[in-house]
Design a protein around this ligand. Structure first.
Ligand code: NDP
Length: 475
């Protein structure tokens, strides 16, 4: 299969006619050929988006909303096909794609298509002398860059609010997972979204992604990806004073206090550690357990880990599929070797599975302190550390001991402690006795090296519009 860029409502080959291999993680075989786009292709897409902007921005919000709702409906109607594409392209189990990725992409389009209808702006009357009101207008062409781990979901998280607010966009999905983006482009045509409003350019981040960040006609960049890449994006965009949102990596802690519901804490922590092969930015990769229940937790957690079914992502019974690439598998196994060098014990898992593709048994590591690299650096795989703590303050200090601050999970039945601890954790999202529950109205993002800016709900509508304050003299 040969993919194409989606520019001005048509599928076009890359100008240089160069292609990259899209490798299927579960087999290691080439699944498709994806455009290796360069700055010329990005320029074509930006030109199309620029031409489409005035009409799209001027369209009534209700009309834009209707088109985006239609797109949501089409994604929903094609849920099974999209889940299969996502599973083959990414290596995740098809049941997870069906349950998580695709329904959440539908929800993103529905949410922002309707949110824009209720978006109000502020007015202030200054002692009866003047009326100030804030006019929020679309900005122009949004550059949207997304990673491979939740491909359609994260792309829709950006496209939906950008378009709902009246911007046009050029999206650059990860070249490792282009298939659902291509299908989304087709569905956008069926939904009646006008040519040039949504453009998709495939290719390497360092080439096509960087060209998008540098482009003088792209005034805002919404980026989701790793912290190192985020720093490069910021270095490119900041001197050009672009509006920038960075959603970056995480090294998220799970704090489990002795009074927690142990059954719930274990089963949810298994999901938060190993769902999507641990390749979710919000996965809890460092588990801290109060010493009095440490042994009991570890025993149950290890037993539940051993029961996970690893294998063919297309099998609906599979819990853990393949990692995204050979290079990523090498990175993750490198951290397992490091864990042993640092004095840790791999209690279970950590072995490559004897079959083609990039499979790894989920691994549980004990015996490492918070300052070890394995507890400091984002591994982004099915690897979790478990460490005991003695007191609440220690738990908070351990949780906050990395440069990341994306999310955290607290398990306790003590209501006061839950709130007290949550307030002291360095994280953009803190789940109490749950994980990955999302309400699209809340601000989403990280602190410290996990990112800057917030998206979600009103924050997305604010990010994708420019406020203009208008002051009218009344008397
Ligand atoms: P990367 O940072 O490698 O890539 C993210 C995207 O940026 C890809 O499309 C990539 O293209 C592109 N890119 C790479 N270099 C540049 C550049 N110089 N300029 C512009 N774009 C560039 O992340 P991964 O794809 O490996 O995704 C995993 C990371 O994403 C993890 O760190 C994870 O925590 C984070 N993440 C954060 C989330 C959040 O909400 N905070 C959500 C999901 C993931 P290419 O694929 O070609 O490199």
């Amino acid at each position: 299969m040969r993919l194409a860029n989606f520019i001005n409502g048509t599928f076009v080959p890359p100008r240089a006619n160069a292609y990259l291999d899209d490798v299927e993680p579960a087999t290691g075989e080439v699944l498709a050929h994806v455009p290796d786009s360069d700055s010329q292709d990005v320029d074509d897409a930006v030109r199309a988006a620029k031409a489409a902007f005035p009409a799209w921005a001027a369209m009534h919000a209700e009309q834009r909303s209707r088109l985006l709702l239609k797109l949501a409906e089409l994604i929903e109607q094609n849920l099974d096909e999209l889940a299969q594409l996502e599973s083959r392209d990414n290596g995740k189990s098809v049941s997870l794609a069906r349950r998580l990725d695709i329904p959440r992409a539908v929800a993103n389009f529905r949410f922002f298509a309707t949110a824009i209808l209720h978006h109000a702006s502020e007015a202030h009357i200054a002692d009866g002398h003047a009326l100030n009101y804030t006019l929020r207008q679309p900005i122009g062409i949004a550059g949207l860059i997304s990673p491979w781990n939740l491909p359609l979901y994260l792309l829709s998280w950006k496209i939906a609010p950008a378009l709902a607010c009246g911007n046009t966009c050029v999206a650059k999905p990860s070249e490792l997972t282009p298939l659902t983006a291509q299908r989304l482009a087709e569905l956008s045509l069926d939904a009646g979204i006008p040519p040039g409003v949504l453009n998709i350019v495939h290719g390497y981040g360092a080439k096509a992604g960087a060209a998008l960040c540098e482009h003088p006609d792209v005034p805002l960049i919404s980026f989701t990806g790793g912290t190192v890449t985020g720093a490069k994006v910021a270095a490119t965009a900041a001197p050009k004073f672009k509006k920038l949102s960075l959603e970056l990596g995480g090294k998220n802690p799970n704090l489990i206090f002795a009074d927690a519901d142990l059954d719930e804490a274990v089963s949810t922590s298994i999901r938060s550690s190993f769902w999507n092969q641990g390749e979710i930015c919000l996965c809890g990769s460092r588990i801290f357990v109060e010493r009095s229940i440490y042994d009991a937790f570890l025993e149950r957690f290890v037993a539940a880990t051993k029961q996970l079914r690893i294998g063919d992502p297309a099998d609906p019974q599979t819990d853990v599929g393949a990692l995204i690439s050979a290079a990523h598998l090498e990175k993750v196994t490198g951290y397992l070797r490091l864990a042993e060098e640092e004095g840790g014990t791999i209690v279970t898992g950590g072995k490559r599975v004897d079959r083609p593709g990039f499979f790894l048994e989920p691994a549980v590591i004990t015996g490492l302190g918070c300052d070890c690299r394995v507890l400091q650096e984002e591994i982004f795989g099915p690897v979790v550390t478990i460490t005991p703590f003695d007191a609440e303050d220690d738990a908070i200090a351990f949780a906050n001991s990395t440069r990341y601050g994306l999310s955290a999970t607290v398990w306790t039945r003590d209501l006061q402690r839950a709130h007290r601890v949550a307030a002291k954790l360095d994280a953009g999202t803190i789940w109490i006795n749950c994980w990955l529950l999302r309400d699209l109205r809340v601000p989403f993002g990280g602190v410290k090296d996990s990112g800057v800016g917030r998206e979600g709900g009103v924050d997305s509508l604010h990010f994708f519009t420019e406020p203009k304050n208008i002051c009218v003299k009344l008397s």
